[in-house]
Write a protein that binds this ligand. Structure first.
Ligand SMILES: [Fe+2]
Ligand SMILES: [Fe+2]
Length: 147
């Protein structure tokens, strides 16, 4: 089917970064969801709701980023980056803090590249997502301190 050409043209590099972002989002959707299922102990009980709601937020990110990539004629990846569920709560939270740090770094890079490409819409989208990832990072760091 013929696609309407987008007004904004962006670099291949930005499209590659968007796919990296999708792969990471898919990773954490599964990771947080299975951590939500495999929690244990009293502290796990306190964490399980946060894991579920953050997993759902990450799925919305994956969807929004894929829509943006597809708008530019890119094909969204179906392959997540390696998933690490962990066995203890401490292991889970430590991994999640790292993954949120990775997302924050990548999304800052995407904002810089989208700015250079003159793509304000992607900038606005990632500013919103970045705020949420900082919030996730804060949640997981606080939980990790308390385990
Ligand atoms: Fe996310
Ligand atoms: Fe996140």
């Amino acid at each position: 089917m013929a696609r309407i050409r987008p007004v904004t043209k962006v670099s291949k590099e930005l499209l590659g970064l968007l796919n990296d972002a999708i792969a990471r989002e898919l990773q954490v959707v599964v990771q947080y969801m299975w951590q939500h299922v495999q929690w244990s102990g009293v502290k796990g009980f306190a964490v399980k709701e946060a894991l579920q709601s953050i997993a759902i937020a990450e799925m919305k990110h994956a969807e929004a980023i894929a829509e943006r990539l597809y708008y530019f004629d890119g094909v969204p990846t179906t392959k997540p980056t390696p998933i690490f569920v962990g066995t203890t709560l401490k292991e889970m939270m430590a991994q999640n803090v790292k993954d949120e740090e990775g997302a924050i770094k990548l999304y800052k890079k995407i904002i810089a590249k989208a700015t250079a490409d003159g793509d304000e819409t992607t900038v606005l989208m990632f500013e919103d997502i970045l705020r949420q990832e900082e919030d996730h990072h804060d949640t997981f760091s606080t939980l990790l301190e308390d385990i």
